[in-house]
Design a protein around this ligand. Structure first.
Ligand SMILES: NC(=O)c1ccc[n+]([C@@H]2O[C@H](COP(=O)([O-])OP(=O)(O)OC[C@H]3O[C@@H](n4cnc5c(N)ncnc54)[C@H](OP(=O)(O)O)[C@@H]3O)[C@@H](O)[C@H]2O)c1
Length: 275
């Protein structure tokens, strides 16, 4: 890949832009972008983010699309909105996602399935739909930024489905990156560790445990840092980025560790946290 992605003047579609990392992507793109299309299900929260962006930079074009990206209809509405507004996106940020914290056996089937629908199916089909719509050339590559997770590197007890969806995101992104090189579309996966957003609150089951586990404090980095590092990775055309010193150190360790040893470590942690 000769160039990285150029942030100034970009037109970005951001899913899950109503809170957490998605809203922070909007915040950090606002000072330099041309247009932002913010997508999520909660219209009031999206409007708030839009107002904040316009206060930051009144000349920025900011649009909202209220949609559920997990549904066919929601994704169709997002694509229609791009067409109707006449947007020419050159950046897709697939950020919408959710977890479900607790044992697989006791999980609610709708929430178990929702993780696959949002984290996997929606992300994959939005990539498919946007590839022909992204404005890309050899001088000015387009980009797809997929929000994965450190959890994709580890088999995660009590987050088993979530971890597996993020393993999909990382693997899919790396393969897609190779396929799209000749189309001048950079694909980057960002794999954050624990980051304070609404993720933990939403992943928690009614009367269930918190997602905050032993060892997490060492890995926690603020959303501002995660997003800044992810956008720098796009500019440098990197394939996969693990924001934060702790996360960037443990990620390769998880990959290199013999699987049996990794399972033993995770089992000890699981027993300690559930005793
Ligand atoms: N926070 C962490 O510790 C952490 C670590 C690693 C990776 N991640 C990943 O980071 C991404 C962003 O999460 P976050 O931490 O910022 O959590 P968050 O604050 O809960 O934000 C999730 C966003 O996704 C949107 N969303 C959820 N389901 C949706 C759907 N069906 N259709 C459209 N939008 C939907 C939510 O908006 P609405 O509710 O308005 O739809 C919200 O804007 C996720 O992919 C998550 O897996 C988070």
């Amino acid at each position: 890949m000769p160039h990285g992605f150029t942030l100034p003047d970009c037109t970005a579609v951001i899913t899950g832009a109503s809170s957490g990392l998605g809203a922070e992507f909007a915040r950090q793109l606002a000072p330099q972008g041309r247009a932002l299309l913010l997508a999520a299900r909660r219209s009031d929260a999206l409007e708030e983010v839009k107002m904040e962006m316009l206060a930051l930079r009144p000349c920025l074009a900011v649009h909202c699309c209220v949609c559920d990206v997990a549904s066919e209809a929601g994704r169709a509405h997002l694509l229609e909105t791009v067409e109707t507004l006449g947007l020419k996106p050159n950046l897709l940020i697939n950020n919408a996602g959710m977890g479900d914290y607790g044992s697989f056996a006791s999980g609610d089937t709708a929430r178990l399935r929702a993780q696959i629908d949002i984290n996997v199916t929606a992300l994959m089909l939005l990539c498919h739909a946007f590839i022909p719509r992204l404005q890309a050339s050899s001088e000015a590559p387009a980009a797809i930024l997929n929000v994965s997770s450190l959890a994709g590197n580890v088999p995660m007890p009590d987050l088993a489905v979530y971890g597996a969806t993020k393993a999909f995101v990382t693997s899919f992104s790396e393969a897609l990156r190779i396929e799209l090189l000749d189309r001048h579309i950079i694909v980057t996966a960002v794999c954050p560790g624990p980051t304070p957003t609404n993720f933990g609150k939403n992943a928690r089951r009614p009367d269930g445990e918190d997602t905050n586990r032993s060892g997490q404090d060492l890995l926690r980095v603020p959303p501002q840092f995660v997003v800044g590092r992810a956008l720098r990775a796009l500019q440098q055309g990197e394939a996969c980025v693990f924001p934060g010193l702790g996360v960037s150190l443990v990620a390769p360790l998880f990959r290199m560790m013999p699987r049996a040893l990794l399972r033993r470590v995770l089992e000890r942690r699981y027993r300690k946290d559930n005793s």
